[in-house]
Design a protein around this ligand. Sequence first.
Ligand code: FES
Length: 67
Amino acid sequence: MYVCLCKSVTDKQIRRAAARGVDNLYELRENLGVASGCGKCASMAQSILDESNASHAQPTMYVPSSA
Ligand code: FES
């Protein structure tokens, strides 16, 4: 679906950018132009970016302490 109508950017493009390492709205704007027009897409783009980055996060390993 289109997230940014001004720049014709889809959620898939945002997810692909996140998979390449884009992790904030500033970088997303630099890469895809998201939120560089009217700005109404910023919160939706941020949500998709956050969701994508959370799903790519490495699980943390639990290491029990000896104390
Ligand atoms: S909808 Fe993205 S800048 Fe207008």
